[in-house]
Design a protein around this ligand. Structure first.
Ligand SMILES: *[C@@H]1O[C@H](CO)[C@@H](O)[C@H](O)[C@H]1NC(C)=O
Ligand SMILES: *[C@@H]1O[C@H](CO)[C@@H](O)[C@H](O)[C@H]1NC(C)=O
Ligand SMILES: *[C@@H]1O[C@H](CO)[C@@H](O)[C@H](O)[C@H]1NC(C)=O
Ligand SMILES: *[C@@H]1O[C@H](CO)[C@@H](O)[C@H](O)[C@H]1NC(C)=O
Ligand SMILES: *[C@@H]1O[C@H](CO)[C@@H](O)[C@H](O)[C@H]1NC(C)=O
Length: 400
């Protein structure tokens, strides 16, 4: 009998607990982005565009700040990291989020969503849930096609000649691919600000990354046998969302996220950031996307996707994939990195600097535990990264 009563008590508290969570979820998970942005006093626009290979992408825009409709705003395109999306740049609320900060000082802020991610899981003919071909892409296509489509769209819409560009993680890798493969895009970029560029990742002190890259072939085969090329899907996201918001798991989820997305577990990710992130992340990581990075790690080269000798010969007229020629990436670059970021370590960024023709400056974040995810979530990221970025652009371009 006692056990029955305890059972009932446990069950009712579980139900009550679920109710509390559902309340929390409704607000945080179901309302559209526009609701939050408008509530904070900013305008939000949403655009849709189709890439040359048929992916339908959504892009968000905060055209101006709270008080103004600035006469001559400066367009800036922000490109997110793997598994992320445009919402990453709203996560810190009205006073700290990069989107709002830039809008308030006169930028016309555009945030893209790469193919496969939450808002861009669409194609004119392919069904992401049924056609595995939808998922055969990496940062190569995100750079040469998605980023290019966004830049063209913005220039068309605003009538400007060029855009500022901020790339976080994969958003920065994609940029280097674009400017190396399609050098005509350099003149459409005023400045590339890179938040933790993972390019020469073999120089990272990341044993797990190296372990995975050594076993890349086997991992790929497992997924190929399962015929599954989408690694973080809305299904994964909804599952993670369900459990991670529970107080019981939140702490562990925070540590896990900091580790998987941040490279090291000792970043400053806080559990209270989880609900916002789990609205749209992690979605859109493809097997090819991860595989491409692992290939770079193993070869020590920044080069195109390795399909194996036979297919390479067909595609590249060579058995090995060609390198991206960074000599073509001539638009000015400002590289930001940190000591504790094991996806874009100091050594790898130093090496990248040597390879690039036009690095105007570099900035090492003066904080010991700042990791790869902290660019989006650190409590002091505004002072550590966003303000120095804004200040740098202001001085470099004499912006008043
Ligand atoms: C907007 O205007 C209000 C009232 O004039 C002012 O207090 C606030 O600081 C302004 N906000 C921004 C971001 O400029
Ligand atoms: C923008 O795109 C529209 C529609 O494709 C086109 O008609 C127009 O000429 C373009 N404008 C510019 C400035 O490129
Ligand atoms: C393919 O590569 C070979 C050897 O490098 C070269 O002779 C040939 O012209 C190339 N063919 C094409 C179509 O580029
Ligand atoms: C890039 O430029 C450097 C310096 O001019 C040169 O040594 C190197 O061979 C070039 N790399 C490629 C792939 O063209
Ligand atoms: C952060 O974690 C990494 C990996 O565990 C470790 O090597 C590094 O020393 C840590 N940094 C600090 C400041 O604790």
């Amino acid at each position: 009998m006692r056990f029955v009563i305890i059972g009932i008590q446990l069950f009712t508290s579980f139900l009550l607990f679920q109710c509390l969570i559902s309340e929390y979820r409704k607000e945080d998970f179901q309302l559209p982005l526009k609701y939050f942005v408008n509530k904070n006093g900013y305008p939000l626009e949403e655009y849709s565009m189709v890439t040359d290979d048929g992916y339908i992408l959504t892009t968000h825009r905060v055209p101006h700040g709270k008080n103004s409709t600035k006469a001559n705003p400066r367009p800036i395109l922000i490109n997110h990291g793997m598994g992320g999306g445009s919402e990453n740049f709203f996560a810190l609320g009205p006073k700290e989020s990069l989107a709002y900060l830039l809008a308030d000082i006169g930028y016309d802020v555009w945030m893209m969503n790469a193919r496969g991610s939450f808002y861009s899981r669409k194609h004119v003919t392919l069904d992401p849930d049924k056609d595995v071909d939808f998922w055969k892409f990496s940062f190569h296509e995100i750079g040469t096609l998605d980023t290019a489509a966004n830049i063209d769209f913005i220039l068309n819409k605003t009538g400007k000649e060029d855009v500022f560009y901020i790339g976080h993680s994969q958003g920065s890798t994609a940029y280097f691919v674009l400017t190396a493969m399609r050098p005509e895009y350099n003149k459409r970029i005023k400045m590339h600000v890179s938040f933790g560029p993972p390019v020469f990742i073999h120089l990272n002190p990341n044993d797990i990354q190296h372990f995975l890259s050594l076993n890349e072939g086997g991992i790929k085969r497992i997924f190929e046998i399962m015929n599954h090329y989408e690694m973080t899907s809305p299904k994964v996201q909804s599952w993670v969302k369900r459990y991670c918001v529970m107080p019981l798991f939140a702490k562990a989820c925070g540590v896990f996220m900091s580790f998987v997305a941040g490279g090291t577990p000792n970043g400053t990710f806080r559990e209270e950031m989880l609900p916002w992130f789990l609205r749209t992340s992690p979605v859109g990581t493809s097997l090819y996307g991860v595989g491409h990075y692992l290939q770079e790690d193993r070869s020590g080269l920044f080069r195109q996707f390795d399909f194996g000798p036979k297919e390479n010969l067909k595609r590249y007229n060579a058995t090995l994939p060609p390198e991206y020629n960074l000599n073509y990436s001539t638009a000015p670059a400002y590289l930001i990195y940190s000591e504790n970021d094991w996806f874009a370590s100091k050594r790898s960024v130093d090496y990248l600097t040597k390879k690039l023709p036009n690095v105007v400056d570099k900035y090492k974040i003066p904080k010991k535990v700042f990791n790869h995810l902290d660019y989006l979530t650190a409590p002091d990221v505004r002072q550590l990264v966003y303000e120095p970025t804004i200040q740098f652009l202001k001085e470099y371009f004499n912006i008043t």
